[in-house]
Every structure is written in C-alpha cells, then in structure tokens.
Design a protein around this ligand. Structure first.
Ligand code: ADP
Ligand code: ASP
Ligand code: MG
Length: 417
C-alpha cells in the first residue's frame, strides 16, 4: 500500500527525534509499504525565520513574497536531514522540495492554496525503492515564485499528496496521540476520540483546533482520504477522521475549540439604510481581510451598531480601512478590542437536538462569563468572550456537555486475604 506520513515540528525537533522518525519510516518500508514522508520545519524554526524577516523589515507587513522565500527554508533543512538519517540507518531516501514535485499553488503569498501536484518524480523515486521525503508547507506559483500554505500547512501538503497519489492512507504524526475532545494543553480532562467525522473535524479546525490545518481536512473530505492523527512518540492507533455514521449522531457535542486569534471592531451609529454593510465590508474583502462573525443591533432612530470580528493580526489594517469607509457616512466612533477570543462547541448530534445553545449560555453565565457575540450553524455554536476567560470557558463547557474523561480508578492496594 502507498502511505503518506507527515511528521510535525516537534517530531523532528532535534537530531535524535529525526533519527527516531527515520526508524519509523523504515518500519513502514519493512512492512512492505511504499512511503512518502512529509516533514515540517524543526520546532520553533518557522517562528525564528518569521522573526528574522520582521527584524529586517519592521513589524508592519513585510513583503510577503520575500517572507515566503525565507520561511520555506525551514522545511528544506528538515527534509535533507531526514533523508540523510534514513540513509544512515541503511535505507534509501531522496528529499524533494515543493518545486521539485511541482506543487503548484495560487499566488497568495503566506497562505497559498494548492492547485495541482505532479506525482511523476515521486513515483519514480518509489519505483527505485526510495522513501520520498517531501518538504511540507511550500509550493511555487505559476511564475515559479516560492509560496507557503499558511501556518500548519504541512498537514495540507500531506493530505493533498495522499489525494493526488491515490494513497491508501494519510497518517499525521504529531505531539499528541490523536484528536481530543478539546485541546489537551488547556483541559486536562480532554479525552482522545477514536473517530471523528470529516465535517466535525472541519469545524474544529476552522474554529481554532490547530491539530490539523483546515485545508488538509477539506482535501481529506473532498477526496475521501482516510486520515489518521497519531503520536510520533507512542504506538497508539490514534484518531481516524472519516465519514460520519449513525453512532456519531448519538453524541450531542463531540468537541470544543477555542481561538485567541480574534479581534472585534464595533462601528457605532451607522445609518440604517440599504447598502451600508456592503460599503464597509467590501473594501475589507478587497484587502483580503477575512471577516468572521457579524452582528447588527436593532435600529434606533435610523441608526444601528455594526460589530464584527477579524483575525487579530489584521486588526490594524482593518481598522484603517473601516475608518476610511465610514467617514462619508458621518460615523464618528469605531471601537476596537483585541482581547477577545472565540469558544465553540461542535457536534453532528446537534442537528437533531434542541436546547444545546441554552445549555451553553447557562454554563458560561454560571461562571460569570459574558457572551459578547454569538454565531451558529447546523453543527456548531460559537461565542465571542473576553480572552481572559477562554480556558475557564473551555473547561466548564467540557464538563457541562459530559466530555470529561472519567477520573482515573485508583488501584486498590489491599489484598483479599
Ligand atoms: P505539529 O507540529 O505536529 O503540526 P501542532 O502544534 O500543529 O503539531 O498541533 C498539535 C497540537 O494541537 C497539540 O499539541 C495540541 O495542543 C493542539 N490541539 C488543539 N486542539 C486539539 C484537539 N482537539 N486535539 C488534539 N490536539 C489539539
Ligand atoms: N512549519 C510550518 C509552520 O510552523 C508548517 C507546519 O509546521 O505545518 O506553520
Ligand atoms: Mg501543525
């Protein structure tokens, strides 16, 4: 079987870990599989490279073309090292960069989307009995410029490769042993899920669970790639991201996600006439600012308040655009808040149940947490709250929706006789 494995930054964080990944790769080969391995940059490297570009250019928007040229190098180092480690352990491997496997993307630097992949060079390597070690996160646009796929983008490289090559499975090896009911780093009671549906995973990823980049889940769902999330340090079979089945619908809430990358813009006393929202939101879209939740208050004396959220790193740019757009409308007050976060509950079981939203609001209220904005879809409910309460909110909702792992059973020391 052809398998695509992906190892994240922590899994290739130092030379010993790279050697241990090499051993795992050789085990898969010894089991008779053809193997394509995607790797991320070594832990912390992408941040370090980004930091360098900012030092040179200053904090405000560095040239994204050059930024991509710099940050894509992190993966170049790790593919080379892993190929060497496999060879040192007696295996055959070849490293391949994005342009060498013709991962063609659109031209949106720093968050490009994959348009096509040419499997030729990989199949040739596999035909020679080599393990193909492919750099994650990077591609080139149609003019040959280096592009990157957005943070966490190596997941997407792996799943897109699995889809393009017709792999039997895509295995994402990371520093947790699967997809959990919520981020185990902030909720000790989080439980590992054996299976999660593509649709739920899509929501969890888009709402902040960084264990899989959202585009990777989109690819897996579209091309029906069986996707496993596993630990690169243990042997647990991990979590299978797969088609939904009836058993999944019996669970009301399967997971909770949170996202601190949120900022709120409130425009006060906007004239409540047709076309105003478009006048404000269109220039934001044109400037590539993604607007998330939007709330418009009930109109009073022909005016209303329009509030929405954007990614925190876009706040400065968005505020300037909004101020310019609302000036001709006579609006004087634009308030911003970058200390907000979003907490969301997700579950396909919500489709057929009522009362989920009220339970969420009651739970937050009982903890004294004020809900600033709400948005819902068929299988999720999200609330914007003050950032300082986000961990408390996650833990309270986790308990309220029955997701907490049972307390460990203490071994009884006393014998019987
Ligand atoms: P990698 O470097 O391997 O790509 P990431 O740091 O991108 O790893 O993703 C793994 C991290 O995702 C975990 O360490 C965990 O803290 C976080 N995470 C957030 N939500 C979840 C979740 N629901 N299940 C598992 N991990 C999660
Ligand atoms: N190295 C990139 C990042 O840190 C891509 C990845 O790890 O998936 O975001
Ligand atoms: Mg990641």
């Amino acid at each position: 079987m052809l398998i695509v494995q992906k190892y994240g930054g922590t899994s290739v964080g130092d030379v010993d870990r790279i050697r241990s990944v090499a051993r795992r790769c050789l085990e898969a080969r010894a089991a008779g599989h053809d193997l394509v391995v995607v790797v991320s940059a070594m832990a912390g490297e992408t941040n370090r490279l980004l930091g360098l570009t900012r030092q040179v250019f200053g904090a405000s928007a560095p040239s994204e073309r050059e930024q991509d040229v710099v940050v894509a190098t992190g993966e170049q180092v790790s593919v080379g090292l892993l190929a060497l480690a496999i060879q040192a352990a007696g295996g055959k491997a070849v490293s391949l960069l994005g342009h060498q496997v013709k991962i063609v993307t659109d031209g949106t630097f720093s968050r490009a989307r994959i348009k096509s992949i040419d499997g030729g060079r990989i199949f040739a390597a596999l035909g020679r009995g080599e393990i193909a070690v492919v750099a994650g996160f990077q591609g080139t646009d149609e003019h040959g410029n280096v592009t990157t796929l957005g943070r966490g983008g190596s997941d997407t490289t792996a799943v897109a490769l699995a889809a393009a090559l017709g792999a039997g499975a895509c295995e994402i090896y990371t520093d947790v042993d699967g997809v959990y009911t919520t981020d185990p780093a902030i909720c000790p009671a989080a439980r590992k899920l054996d299976r999660v549906s593509y649709e739920e995973m899509l929501e969890l990823s888009s709402l902040g669970a960084k264990v899989l980049q959202i585009r990777s889940v989109e690819f897996a769902m579209k091309y029906r790639v069986p996707l496993w999330v596993r630990s690169s340090f243990g042997r647990d079979p991990g979590t299978l991201v797969c088609e939904e089945d009836e058993a999944m619908e019996d669970v009301l809430v399967s997971g909770i996600a949170h996202d601190r990358n949120e900022a709120k813009i409130a425009i006060r006393r906007v004239p409540d006439v047709p076309g105003v929202a478009a006048k404000i939101l269109t220039p934001l879209a044109e400037a590539d600012v993604v607007v998330d939740m939007i709330v418009q208050n009930v109109s009073q004396d022909g005016h209303t308040d329009l509030t929405f959220t954007v990614g925190r790193s876009d706040l400065e740019k968005a505020t300037a655009i909004v101020k310019e757009a609302v000036e001709p409308l006579g609006v004087r007050k634009v308030d911003t808040d970058d200390e907000v976060a979003k907490v969301s509950i997700v579950g396909v079981g919500m489709r057929n149940h009522s009362g989920v939203a009220s339970k969420m609001f009651q739970t937050l209220a009982a903890e004294g947490i004020n809900v600033l904005m709400i948005s819902t879809s068929e299988i999720k409910i999200s609330c914007v709250i003050h950032e300082k309460y986000v961990e408390l909110a996650v833990r309270a909702l986790h308990a309220a929706f029955g997701l907490d792992a049972p307390a460990p059973v203490l071994a009884v020391a006393a014998g019987r006789g």
